[in-house]
Design a protein around this ligand. Structure first.
Ligand code: ADP
Length: 433
């Protein structure tokens, strides 16, 4: 095509030159003949350019290009072909976009496209129903101005979107939504919102059921345990078979009470708002008191319990919740460490935050159990756990308490050598005295 065009141009110029030379030969004025010929050619070229300009500015995109001769004919044809190709591609692309938009319009889940700054670009009708977005006035506005929920703003700004966020719908607080955010392309965000009201209600029913059952069982169990204790005070008046049975009943009643208390504590941790941060907790004093309880638990097993704590470091949160979490970790270290073993407790701070490590020289845990350790009722070895009087809820409580204090639990363990359970808290939770 390019060579055709060049050939046509060269042919045209040659013809012009020959015509000018002939006129020059007839008139004897070669220079004038050449000047007039070139001026005519320039005028014709300008005329073609004006036609091209008019055609490019035409109102009907399908209008064919003007007829042209020589190289201008090729230029018009090539431009026309290019435009037709673009139009075809554009209509193919438009039909793909229409199909994608049609399918997302039919979705029950909300799909929202945000730019890299978090401003709304596009959303489907479900987003209007679930989040109350309004078209067209909300387009271009920051999503956190429209979904006005402190936890949503915090979740969006944090940039950590591995886990979905659950919250009540801003338009109807009986609707529960699960929000997932994925980054794509040039740091744009794709936000998908699912209605999980049914799941949420089921979960709520489960929590209420466990809390109610635990609460209702507490009173009868207290009465049974009370009578058992009284009866155990009078074992000398009973037939010799009874004291052993009564002792076992008393032990199991104690276990059940412990289990109910743990279940009630978990229910409370799930049902209430995170603790108020106004009163920082003196962790060193708390650890000293747990250490003496651990010493009493160890009793004649004679564990060597060390405490190294930075007394100026305070932690914002609830003292009773932190006591439950830390005592679970420290008592576990004693329970799962043989007599005369070492338990080391450290409380310190560095540039990443504050940390509490509970290290023991006990039986350790195989790596395959570590990911499931904080699940409710998960035990590495149930026969061993029942010997230690454990409920399998201790580490679930630790996980919940840490979540409520923006902390996280790390477990490192070597079977036969011991374990380190470390709680990490962000600097925002720490104050110094
Ligand atoms: P439990 O009440 O049974 O101790 P936890 O939730 O506190 O329940 O712990 C779950 C399981 O993790 C325990 O059954 C035990 O097998 C294991 N575990 C917890 N702490 C330790 C530890 N320090 N050393 C070895 N195993 C541990």
């Amino acid at each position: 095509m390019n060579q055709d065009w060049q050939g046509a141009l060269v042919r045209q110029l040659l013809v012009l030159l020959v015509v000018c030379l002939l006129i020059g030969l007839i008139t004897g004025e070669y220079a004038w003949a050449l000047v007039i010929g070139l001026a005519g050619y320039l005028g014709w070229t300008l005329h073609q350019m004006r036609r091209l300009q008019q055609w490019l500015k035409r109102s009907q995109p399908d209008d064919p290009p003007p007829d042209g001769h020589g190289p201008w004919g090729d230029i018009f044809d090539n431009l026309y072909q290019m435009q037709r190709r673009d139009q075809r591609l554009r209509s193919q692309l438009q039909s793909v976009i229409d199909r994608v938009q049609g399918s997302t319009t039919a979705l029950k889940d909300a799909v929202i496209m945000l730019d890299s700054e978090g401003n709304l670009e596009w959303w489907n009708p479900a987003a209007e129903r679930l989040l109350g977005l309004k078209r067209p006035q909300d387009a271009g506005h920051p999503v956190s101005n429209l979904v006005r929920h402190p936890s949503f703003k915090e979740y969006f700004d944090s940039g950590r979107h591995d886990e979905p966020l659950e919250l009540a719908s801003p338009v109807n607080d009986r609707l529960w939504l699960q929000i997932t955010i994925t980054r794509y392309g040039n740091s744009e965000h794709l936000m998908v919102v699912r209605d999980i009201t049914r799941l949420h209600l089921l979960e709520q029913m489960r929590k209420d059921f466990v809390a109610n059952v635990s609460h209702e069982l507490r009173t009868p169990l207290t009465v049974i345990a009370g009578y058992l204790e009284t009866m155990l005070e009078h074992t000398d008046e009973m037939p010799s078979r009874w004291p052993r049975a009564l002792n076992q009943m008393n032990q199991q009643a104690g276990r059940m009470q412990h289990l109910l208390n743990d279940l009630l504590l978990l229910a409370k941790l799930e049902a209430t708002n995170p603790p108020n941060n106004s009163q920082p907790v003196n962790i060193t004093a708390l650890l000293q008191s747990i250490k003496s309880d651990a010493q009493a638990l160890s009793a004649d097993q004679n564990h060597n319990i060390h405490l190294e704590a930075d007394p100026i470091l305070l932690l914002k949160g609830s003292e009773s919740e932190l006591r439950s979490a830390f005592s679970n970790l420290i008592f576990n270290a004693v329970k799962y460490t043989p007599s005369e073993g070492e338990v080391r407790i450290r409380w310190w701070c560095n540039e990443y935050g504050a940390h509490l490590a509970v290290q023991d020289s006990g039986i350790g845990i195989e790596a395959k159990h570590l990911p499931r350790l904080t699940e409710r009722f998960y035990r590495v070895d149930s026969s061993r756990a029942s010997n230690t009087g454990g409920t399998g809820l201790g580490l679930a409580i630790v996980k919940h308490v840490l979540l409520r204090h923006q902390g996280r639990l790390d477990v490192d363990s070597t079977p036969g050598k011991g374990s380190i359970f470390t709680c990490h808290f962000p600097l925002s939770q720490v104050t110094v005295r």
